[in-house]
Unconditional design. Structure first.
Length: 151
């Protein structure tokens, strides 16, 4: 089953169950997917792929994480809780992210395999990681781990 179909099915279930916590977020996701499909049509692509939807969902999570930081600083706990709930809902459709320890181990192995010795090699390391683990790594976390290992 395609990711788009899975999201549509979850939206329909949430609407039938009148789940006021879930369906507004899923409507936003479906809307973002439709926008991406329209943009793809203008580029003469036939259909949007699951990998495109995955990157779209990651972008949405990144936006919500940034909002969480702002709400934390402003002391807006009700809005912060709402953003966290949306992140949880969107995360259901993403591949499971690796833990901190697993990520650190992969980073260490990649640094050795690439032969990196300084921060100048950061691009090589990130490129190698993105080619192998683009679906399962949180690259904002990866960046800080690599900086810590190379310094």
């Amino acid at each position: 089953m395609s990711l788009k179909k899975l999201i549509d099915d979850k939206l329909n279930q949430a609407l039938k169950a009148k789940d006021k916590n879930t369906y507004p977020t899923l409507r936003l996701v479906v809307s973002a997917i439709k926008d991406a499909e329209i943009a793809a049509r203008s580029k003469k692509q036939s259909e949007i792929k699951d990998s495109d939807i995955t990157s779209l969902l990651k972008k949405m999570i990144k936006q919500r994480n940034e909002s969480c930081e702002m709400y934390k600083k402003a002391g807006r706990n009700e809005l912060l809780d709402n953003e966290k709930r949306e992140i949880e809902i969107i995360n259901q459709f993403l591949p499971k992210q690796l833990s901190e320890e697993e990520t650190k181990k992969i980073c260490e192995e990649t640094i050795k395999s690439v032969g990196a010795t300084s921060m100048k090699d950061m691009g090589k390391i990130m490129g190698a990681l993105k080619s192998k683990y683009s679906e399962t790594l949180d690259f904002s976390r990866v960046s800080s781990i690599i900086k810590g290992l190379l310094s």
